[in-house]
Design a protein. Structure first.
Length: 752
């Protein structure tokens, strides 16, 4: 990580050790697969094979001693046979009709995990295919003569409009058009998904690898029909998620719970192997963007017209909120009076696509940033000049109608990124290298972008999140939140925020295990909202705790840590353990109109400029990243090491998205390369030096002016890399991932 005070970088100088670091380094963290209970059963799932159809019958071979097994089908569901989410269109278990291959039909549990394969082989599902062929692409789904999965095969259709594109395109301007596509992406978290269910003291208790405890809790209540107080959800140590453990853990939890209920409360573990996890869990939505840009000859944007579509798969799941974020980010951080972005989430016969870091923004940002480079080439203008000429500044109005406030200056972000990497000198140096006609070509490309923190629009108001603090006689302050640690540094960041708010040492703060019986609902751990939203709630809880301690003159106006602990001891002596809960407070002026897609979609944005340098082997088409620069304006950096780790990790995922991670779908619509041996992600050998720099203007709505950064670094690498490849080769690659064969094909398409 680099620091340059000329650009307003004022990083905190100290970075205390991560709260979760010691147990993970020592190997004492308990993941779901590490947990066992006496008499625990192990479970497996039998699934459909066809890409949509009807289950006609289920039969069981007689040679298997079925009395030794617990078997569950849709007939055993005591509540409603639907996974509770935005809409309840997806069954917990298939009863008759289904929409994609790999849907769960039968659950089996046995004390010996080795006995499960024998049982699954002895169960036969008779399936009848749909009359119409399956649809596997956005283009197929939108045709009028294909299988209908949803009305018109469109789950949602959004329009964000500003000014008049029609009027602008009738005026004098140069028009650039292009179609851009992005593929699916597998999360490939290091720990596969899994849950353990049991009944303890009359309460259905489920623990596992998950992001959102209260999502799982709501799904269990819905499927089991149990009262809320008879359902408990706990998070185990979780080995990565990246959005992949937002919605799907609800499925696994319901399956494990149904088995344990039928087994009389006996513990049941349902833990996926890698192949099953990759085959059936959601991926990043594939997308298609048709982009039209109109600009004056001096590079001023006159209109932005985008048709953005994502493949939602066979059920709705989280596609509406992924689509809305993609639409809002599609026109980028640019000043333009005439904008039209149409967004559609399309139904296909694939397993549902879902949440993934960036949540729709990486797809739409890639299309715009690649198109801007195409426009710059048409105009004979440098890509950085075009962006600088149109970038939003304080006082401007965003594409969604939000006024850009605060002291931030995106031009300074661009300046620092270009200066640090020596951009202009390398443009010329790589031009000279390429005209020599050697075995490789080199190029440099950039992307400028922003990412909104928190739920889109009125989402945070709807969540009504809460978080709190608990303190006892020793003065140790315990954070109470359902926000989960998945490796991103949540415990460390929130502890730092609370320690600062209370003016006590970082070591004086601990984080309670996410447990729906013990902690309030702080909303899901998604959408770059942890620091800004949950951190803000905890800051208010800290203020309330101080006020409580001062109300009875227990704590002076100025105090040291010993005095704070003494005050906590007196408070405990007078009333026991004290818990203070605070509620989310919506920022004033943050109105959002869902029907028009106008208003303030996010309380804060983080801003960035990323620069990639590449070298391509002209014979093989293999691209290698030589260097990468990531400069971001994030309001305030709470913990430098955690923040830098987020950026570096996001850049690595973005490199994979751009060049390596190619999901192959089989004839049944499922992921066919569902192994770590044939789904390729970057290794350490593929990662270049990454310069990470922060600028801090304290413009964010979070504690101390912080804005969220967790998803930001996923947005910029792919367009920066593809722009660099196109600059090096003179190609027009318009999709990711750009595999070597794609690069070679693009070279063949070049005009002589």
């Amino acid at each position: 990580m680099h620091n340059d005070d000329r650009f307003g970088t004022t990083l905190l100088k100290d970075a205390p050790l991560r709260k979760d670091g010691t147990e993970k380094v020592r190997g004492t963290a308990r993941y779901v697969a590490d947990i066992g209970y006496p008499g625990m059963l192990h479970a497996a799932t039998l699934r459909t094979c066809l890409p949509g159809g009807t289950v006609v019958s289920i039969s069981f071979d007689d040679h298997v001693p079925w009395s030794e097994y617990v078997v569950v089908t849709a007939a055993d569901i005591p509540g409603i046979n639907a996974v509770k989410m935005i809409e309840t269109d997806q069954p917990v278990l298939v009863e008759t009709r289904y929409r994609h291959a790999g849907e769960p039909v039968v659950l089996v549990a046995h004390p010996d995990p080795q006995a499960l394969a024998r049982a699954l082989a002895a169960i036969h599902i008779e399936e009848r295919p749909c009359a119409a062929p399956p649809v596997f692409t956005i283009d197929e789904a939108l045709r009028l003569d294909t299988r209908r999965i949803a009305p018109d095969n469109v789950y949602r259709d959004y329009l964000m409009e500003k000014g008049s594109v029609m009027d602008a395109e009738n005026g004098p301007c140069h028009v650039f058009e292009g179609e851009y596509r992005t593929g699916a992406q597998e999360h490939l978290y290091i720990e596969p998904q899994g849950m353990i269910a049991r009944v303890e003291d009359g309460v259905l208790t489920v623990e596992g690898s998950l992001q959102c405890p209260y999502y799982v809790h709501a799904a269990l209540v819905y499927a089991t029909g149990l009262p809320e107080e008879q359902v408990r959800v706990l998070q185990c140590a979780t080995g990565g998620a990246f959005g992949g453990k937002e919605e799907y853990p609800s499925h696994i939890a319901c399956h494990a719970a149904l088995l344990t209920l039928k087994a009389g409360g006996r513990p049941v573990a349902l833990i996926y192997g890698r192949g099953e996890d990759m085959a059936v869990t959601p991926k990043r939505h594939p997308s298609r963007s048709r982009v039209r840009l109109g600009a004056s000859r001096d590079g001023r944007l006159r209109f932005i017209d985008i048709d953005f579509a994502i493949d939602g798969g066979a059920y709705l799941t989280l596609s509406p909120v992924v689509l809305s974020r993609g639409v809002i980010h599609a026109a980028g951080p640019y000043r333009c009076d005439n904008i039209r972005v149409r967004g559609r989430a399309v139904a296909t016969s694939h397993p549902p696509f879902g949440a993934f870091r960036g949540f729709g923004a990486p797809q739409s940002i890639f299309a715009l940033e690649a198109a801007l480079d195409g426009l710059a080439r048409d105009l004979g203008m440098a890509p950085d000049v075009l962006r600088r000429r149109n970038i939003l500044a304080p006082g401007d109005i965003s594409p969604a109608g939000q006024s850009i406030e605060g002291p931030l200056d995106m031009r300074r972000v661009i300046d620092q990124a270009l200066e640090v990497c020596g951009y202009h000198a390398k443009v010329e140096a790589y031009r000279r290298w390429n005209v020599q006609g050697g075995a490789t070509r080199k190029g440099i490309g950039l992307a400028t972008f922003y990412h909104g923190a928190g739920f889109t629009g009125n989402g945070e108001l709807a969540l009504r999140s809460r978080a709190g603090l608990r303190v006892g006689a020793t003065g140790l302050v315990e954070i109470l939140t359902s926000t989960t640690e998945m490796g991103q540094g949540m415990q460390t960041t929130l502890s730092r925020i609370v320690a600062e708010a209370l003016s006590i040492p970082y070591e004086g703060v601990a984080v309670a295990r996410p447990d729906t019986r013990d902690v309030p609902n702080s909303g899901p751990t998604v959408a770059s909202r942890t620091c800004m939203v949950v951190g803000g709630i905890l800051t208010q809880a800290a203020r309330d705790l101080i006020a409580r301690l001062r109300a009875d003159a227990m704590l002076p106006s100025a105090y040291n840590y010993d005095e704070f602990r003494a005050a906590c001891a007196r408070l405990h002596a007078s009333g026991g353990v004290t818990t203070v809960i605070a509620d989310y407070r919506h920022p004033a002026g943050s109105e959002w109109d869902e029907s028009t897609f106008q208003g303030s979609p996010y309380a804060s944005f983080a801003w960035a400029c990323y620069v990639a340098e590449v070298e391509i082997e002209v014979v093989t088409g293999e691209a290698r990243i030589l260097d990468f620069t990531a400069v971001q304006e994030v309001g305030r950096v709470v913990h430098p090491t955690v923040a830098a780790g987020q950026i570096e990790g996001g850049v690595v995922q973005g490199i994979g998205y751009a060049l390596f991670e190619d999901v192959h779908f089989g004839a049944d619509g499922q992921m066919a390369n569902n192994r770590v041996t044939n789904y390729i992600i970057p290794t350490s050998a593929d990662i270049p030096p990454i310069r990470v720099l922060f600028q801090e203007s304290r413009h964010g709505a979070g504690p101390g002016g912080a804005a969220g950064i967790g998803e930001l670094p996923m947005d910029g690498p792919a367009p920066a890399i593809i722009n660099a490849i196109n600059a090096a080769l003179g190609t027009e690659i318009r999709h990711v991932p750009a595999m070597p064969e794609h690069i070679l094909a693009a070279m063949d398409r070049r005009c002589p």
